[in-house]
Design a protein around this ligand. Structure first.
Ligand code: GLU
Length: 615
């Protein structure tokens, strides 16, 4: 036996733990044979009582499946939440909410009773659901059913069909529902042809779904209306959150209170044997097993939901979050300056005023509590003049988080503190949210790269304290840190080996990968050192050397580009080697200076690493 093959075989048979859990639920609860298949709609009585399927859809669009997850069954009352959401979005919340209440009824689902205002108690009982179908019939007429079928298909992510036999069977026997329909019309809750409205309702209940469809439909509810498999925004977040509300209070027939107390996951069941459960921001579960308990809920479906909730402690009201973990690093530019090398007088200003620029690097989701914590942390320390919020690791901003953040920016504006954002692309959804909430703020800037943001803030500090940055200044060799300590004859001997070169803005001076045959001393202007993928390693101004790694390495490891127009003295390595032979002490001094400059860079790099691991 080849060991490599056996290794990969055993790995291939490994299962994600959640799938193993569902398999175990399927195996454990298959022996549960209590309850009866519904037969008050005669055709439903033909379902195979042993069918049992469990699907769980995650919000990144993965679907776990155990058992009979592709067996179609009629959706029945599981259609109610989706049709309610559709009515809210189609007709407007005010219209729908004035026709149907949202209180639990305490009565069976098919009770022929309205509330004290002669309206249905809620959209999860038949009276409320028939009203939803009636309202849609009022605007869509004969197209109402197809309109509903297509909407449910968007929740499931596929076109859904109808079980004609079940539809005909309920249509032939559904007199209770007819009674409800006439009661609604006599109270002017529905205005139209009762028979036609009931036809829409009976057909909608006979739509065929599988356990897999139910899980994806539930996951769409859990995902603020975005189908996690197709990515389509099926309904508005308003309609979805209100639908989940009524599922919470009235989704499980007369067992709703007990359900939300014990399981704590909004759910809806149907007499066809389905249960779907939607845990907001987490998952959608779909179960199918047609044996029902006395309330009309699937016996095995209930067991699966209870097991999932208790095993992983998923009760929706049992949550906590640490507001502090969204700050990954918090420092002033004293600890983490930009990669721009500064001339001594600029550096002095920055050393004195490093507290003027505060950088807060954030991570994860910016929620209500996270942003509140950030604003208190800022307020607790001396007020800076610039705050940089680095958002590159922020995955999402909640509505409340965005609102608080905008309010914090406004607060900072009142104190003339400049807010600088980095790490968000202008084309991103996050940027749109930030702009939407912060429109009109005069104190807001953004730079994609944190380093550019820090450099910009540093420049402002330098300007404010009188250190002008003059790009036309020409520096002498004696100002070069790499040449510090050389005697003037040595400096002029070295200068005589060089050639003055002038570069236009944007010109490439050195290309990564080329042979390193010379080194450069920048006399005036600014250059950038960047990696081939565009990451900036450093910005140099007059008085600094570049390409000096040629003293150690035979090839260029980075590009050097003129930022503004620049001039530099280029000295060929061959000439430099001759200079070293003739002036061994100066040569040694330069190599020592080089070692010192590299050590300084390493210290800065280590501080940056530290900043990210220490917070
Ligand atoms: N079509 C069924 C009825 O109205 C649905 C009942 C249910 O699933 O709760 O009786």
């Amino acid at each position: 036996m080849k060991p490599a093959a056996s290794k990969s075989e055993s790995w291939a048979s490994s299962k994600p733990p959640l799938l193993r859990f569902l398999d175990r639920c399927h195996a454990d609860f298959s022996s549960e044979t209590g309850g009866d298949v519904a037969d008050y709609i005669p055709e439903l009585g033909k379902a195979d009582p042993d069918h049992f399927g469990i699907s769980l859809a995650t919000l990144d669009g993965h679907v776990y499946e155990a058992g009979d997850t592709t067996i179609p069954f009629t959706i029945q009352s599981m259609s109610k939440p989706f049709v309610f959401a559709l009515a809210l979005d189609t007709l407007g919340a005010a219209h729908v909410e004035s026709a149907i209440g949202v209180e639990p009824s305490g009565d069976p689902f098919n009770s022929i009773r309205l509330n004290s205002e002669n309206h249905p108690f809620n959209p999860m009982v038949n009276a409320g659901a028939i009203t939803c179908s009636g309202l849609l019939y009022e605007t869509k007429g004969r197209d109402a059913f197809d309109y509903i079928r297509q909407a449910l298909g968007r929740f499931a992510g596929r076109e859904l069909g109808v079980d004609e036999a079940v539809y005909a069977s309920e249509s032939a026997t559904g007199d209770r529902n007819r009674a409800i329909g006439y009661l609604l019309r006599t109270n002017a809750v529905i205005k139209d042809n009762v028979a036609a409205v009931l036809d829409v309702y009976f057909k909608q209940c006979a739509i065929l779904v599988t356990a897999r469809d139910s899980a994806i439909m539930a996951a769409t509810l859990a995902n603020r209306g975005v189908n996690p498999v197709t990515g389509e925004q099926v309904m508005t977040p308003y309609a979805i959150s209100r639908t989940l509300s009524v599922m919470t209070s009235s989704g499980m027939y007369d067992y709703a209170g007990e359900w939300i107390y014990r399981v704590g996951i909004p759910a809806k069941s149907g007499v066809g044997g389905g249960i779907l459960a939607a845990l907001p921001a987490r998952l959608g579960l779909g179960c199918y097993s047609p044996r029902l308990d006395k309330h009309g809920n699937s016996v095995r479906g209930i067991k699966v939901c209870e097991a999932l909730s208790s095993h992983y402690d998923l009760h929706m009201l049992n949550r906590s979050d640490d507001a502090r973990n969204s700050i990954i690093a918090d420092y002033t530019i004293g600890k983490n300056p930009s990669r721009r090398s500064r001339r001594p007088h600029e550096q002095k200003i920055l050393d004195t005023h490093h507290r003027d620029v505060r950088v807060i690097e954030l991570v994860g989701t910016l929620s209500f509590s996270n942003v509140d914590y950030v604003s208190r942390r800022l307020a607790a320390t001396p007020r800076p003049q610039f705050v940089i919020f680095d958002l590159r690791r922020v995955a999402a901003v909640t509505h409340a988080g965005a609102r608080l953040l905008a309010e914090e920016f406004r607060e900072l504006e009142n104190f003339q503190v400049m807010v600088i954002l980095s790490g968000i692309k202008r084309s991103s959804a996050g940027w749109k949210i930030v702009r939407e909430w912060t429109g009109g703020l005069s104190n807001l800037r953004d730079f994609y790269l944190l380093d550019t943001a820090i450099e910009w803030a540093e420049d402002q500090v330098v300007y404010r304290h009188g250190g002008s940055i003059d790009f036309h200044d020409v520096t002498e060799f004696s100002e070069q840190p790499l040449l510090a300590g050389l005697a003037s004859e040595e400096l002029s001997a070295l200068a005589s080996l060089g050639t003055v070169r002038n570069y236009r803005a944007g010109e490439k001076i050195v290309a990564a990968g080329d042979p390193a045959t010379s080194l450069f001393f920048l006399r005036s202007g600014v250059v950038h050192i960047t990696l081939p993928d565009g990451i900036r390693l450093a910005t140099l101004t007059a008085g600094m050397a570049f390409g000096e790694m040629a003293l150690l390495e035979p090839r260029r490891s980075a590009d050097v580009l003129a930022d503004a127009s620049a001039s530099a003295v280029e000295i060929p390595i061959s000439g430099f080697e001759r200079f070293r032979d003739q002036h061994p002490k100066a040569g040694e001094r330069i190599m020592r200076n080089l070692a010192q400059l590299l050590a300084d860079r390493l210290i800065v790099a280590n501080t940056k690493v530290d900043l990210l691991t220490a917070t």
